[in-house]
Write a protein that binds this ligand. Sequence first.
Ligand SMILES: Cc1ncc(COP(=O)(O)O)c(C=O)c1O
Length: 369
Amino acid sequence: MDFSKKLSDLKQQHLHRSRKTVDGAQDTQIIIDGKSLINFCSNDYLSLANHPQVKEAFKEGVNEYGVGSGASHLVSGHSKAHHQLEEALAEYTGQSRALLFSTGYTANLGIFSALRDELDWVLQDKLNHASLIDANHLIGLPLQRYLHNNIKSLEKKLSKQSGQGMIVTDSVFSMDGDQANIDDLQKIANNSNAILMQDDAHGFGIFEPNIPQNSIYMATLGKAAGTMGAFVAGDDDFIEFLIQKSRPYIYTTAIAPAICVATLKSLDLIKNSTQKAKLTNNIDFFQNFSTALNLPIEKSDSAIQPLIIGDSEKALNASQKLFENGFYVSPIRPPTVPKDTARLRITLSANHTQSQIEQLLINIKNAIQ
Ligand SMILES: Cc1ncc(COP(=O)(O)O)c(C=O)c1O
């Protein structure tokens, strides 16, 4: 196999990806290659990843539980800290039980893995996250995709299915920031032989969870909660079924217990601090100021604010210009987003100042001209 040729092809198509090494903590201000940048591409929406109280809780967790969990949950890796976090997440989401996974990617894979013998078909929104699509393919279930947030398209596909199925959607779409209409989707699921599954990776901690009865809810902890991991919440039987049947749950090491202690503190701050209100204010400010500057930002009430540029090279150049001027905004290109919809994906955090947002938008205006 000629990997060198494959890599140069990617470069030629402006689709080659590279990593930037961040020196220090994840925050609204970061250092890359000695350069200080305002970070507008972190999923740390509530600025909890470097929050003093969350860090303190993490240290206490290390003192009590050590560093590693030592085993999978079903062997000796399920600590009191994991259990307390599961109980707190169940309470927060209003479900009887929650189950921790090591990442959102494995949680999605874990749900599909457990349901492999239960489902005849799956319908997914066209813009669902890659982990949902991969889970579907890797587990080998038949997949069809309906047009983004388009109930008519879903109904049309639904009318051709028979047997037991699942309708799957991101709650907040990861590259667009818009939201699915969970109530409408649940009505459709109720009227057909389908169960609804939502991936709330980008809504958890920011919006109140909307979890209809008998639906499947999954969310991640590496974004607004500022730590890592993911969970599925539901009724006792479904969670117990996952424990028995979900191979990505059974055959992997549990996350470090100290992460759970830190996440318990994050959950407390999600419920009781002003971080959520600060983020909401920043989202409002961003929308008002981008409208005043006539910037073509897509409509989004979440922390994800996309500016679609279309051409991958142009998106890359705009991001590079912003980087030179002290703003880190990653360009998102195919295959992460559909062809010809390369974009700047701006993500807002609670600790951004209005002046940082103002400066960012002025710089974006110059960068895309
Ligand atoms: C919608 C969605 N689901 C799942 C994941 C995967 O979560 P994790 O990063 O915890 O593996 C992501 C991560 O970007 C995501 O955006």
